[in-house]
Design a protein around this ligand. Structure first.
Ligand code: PMP
Length: 357
């Protein structure tokens, strides 16, 4: 008896980073370091826990479905009208809503590969056809090939900048050339989950491109803002696109606790930026140090580094776990290592040296 769609059998699972609890259970390692999910290691921003606790007193009521206060705060921070903002249960949910709002079954969704592992899952569950354009040998997006992959069935293109998991990044002229080349009726979604870690001035802030009618900028509060567990993402788009997304969002998917915690986090922008600066300094230190063992580590503008280890990726990941450091291997391709605290990064570098030399 089959009760669910047969095509789901072939769909890969979204594999979350292994947790310290997994290592405690499986390997008897009591306090593993987790550098596997691109979280910032410094805990919630000041005031977030209190705001969530305060919201808890009202959880017998539904939250504000219009997410008005949070959308207004986001609009203010990013200098756009609130009607251009939509929120979702993490930016991953918004990516799904965007595909649902643009693609009918058989329509095409273009994105680079390797990129964020949720993209093919979203495409498949929405009935869209994935068109994956291989990254260049330097692990960055091949924008010319992505533009050339557009057909009259293409409804949406996902551009991840900086790219997860490679950390590679696109500069303004190449991105603008690409946007000029894409037909106006194809939505280009620039996924900027890691925007706050960008330090290279040549990497454009997607919001400076978002006045183009077909551009959507996707952001999250999960990474730099430290709210991965609360699940708030947002997008900035033209009002008609944002309104369409607000229509397809699952009702009440931004919980009262999440809305309150997000508002409290946004009030701590200076502290967020201070923490990002620590992460960035460590990113640059780790990149340089790990290149002694893996010379072709690409420069990263995100809060992780990519080790293109090919077939050694999975054994390397396992060997790091045995040393109490959880990283994220992608079989046959490479290993993504999230930047943690200086001590956590030292533990990773020691493990890398032990395994690779
Ligand atoms: N986009 C990219 C590129 C990501 O790496 C992630 C998280 N891994 C997301 C979106 C989703 O983040 P969230 O749903 O927590 O906002």
């Amino acid at each position: 008896l089959r009760l669910t769609r047969a095509d789901l059998d072939a769909l890969p699972n979204y594999v979350p980073g292994r947790s310290p609890a997994d290592l405690a259970r499986e390997l008897g390692i009591p306090e593993a370091i987790k550098l596997a999910s691109n979280e910032v290691p410094y805990g919630p921003l000041p005031g977030v826990v209190e705001a969530v606790a305060e919201a808890a007193a009202g959880v017998h009521r539904y939250p504000d479905m219009g997410v008005v206060a949070l959308r207004t705060a986001l609009a203010e921070r990013y200098g756009v009208d609130p009607d251009r903002v939509a929120t979702g249960c993490g930016s991953v949910a918004l990516a799904e809503h965007l595909v649902r709002a643009t693609c009918l079954p058989g329509d095409e969704l273009v994105y680079s590969w390797r990129s964020f592992e949720a993209y093919p899952i979203i495409a498949a569950t929405s009935g869209a056809t994935s068109v994956q354009v291989p990254n260049r040998p330097d692990h960055g997006h091949d924008l010319a090939a992505m533009a050339a992959a557009v057909t009259d069935r293409t409804r949406m293109i996902l551009v991840c900048n900086p790219n997860n998991p490679t950390g590679t990044f696109l500069r303004r002229p190449e991105l603008e050339r690409f946007l000029d080349a894409v037909p106006d009726d194809v939505l280009v979604v620039i996924d900027e989950a890691y925007r706050e870690f960008v330090t290279d001035p040549e990497v454009p802030d997607g919001l400076t491109l978002a006045d183009r009618p077909n551009v959507v900028v996707l952001r999250t509060l999960s990474k730099a803002w430290g709210l991965a567990g609360l699940r708030i993402g947002f997008l900035v788009a033209q009002p008609t696109v944002a309104a369409a997304i607000r229509k397809v969002v699952t009702p009440f998917s931004a919980s009262a606790a999440a809305q309150a915690g997000a508002l409290a986090a946004l009030a701590q922008a200076d502290e967020m930026e201070r923490r990002c600066a620590l992460v960035v300094a460590e990113r640059d230190r780790v990149t340089e140090a790990v290149r002694k063992f893996v010379p072709d580590v690409p420069a990263s503008q995100a809060n992780f580094v990519w080790l293109p280890l090919g077939d050694r990726a999975v054994p390397f990941g396992k060997a790091c776990e045995a040393r109490g450091v959880i990283v994220r291997p992608f079989a046959g391709e490479g290993v993504r290592v999230t930047i943690g605290t200086p001590a956590e990064n030292d533990a990773f570098l020691a493990a890398a040296e032990a395994v690779l030399t």
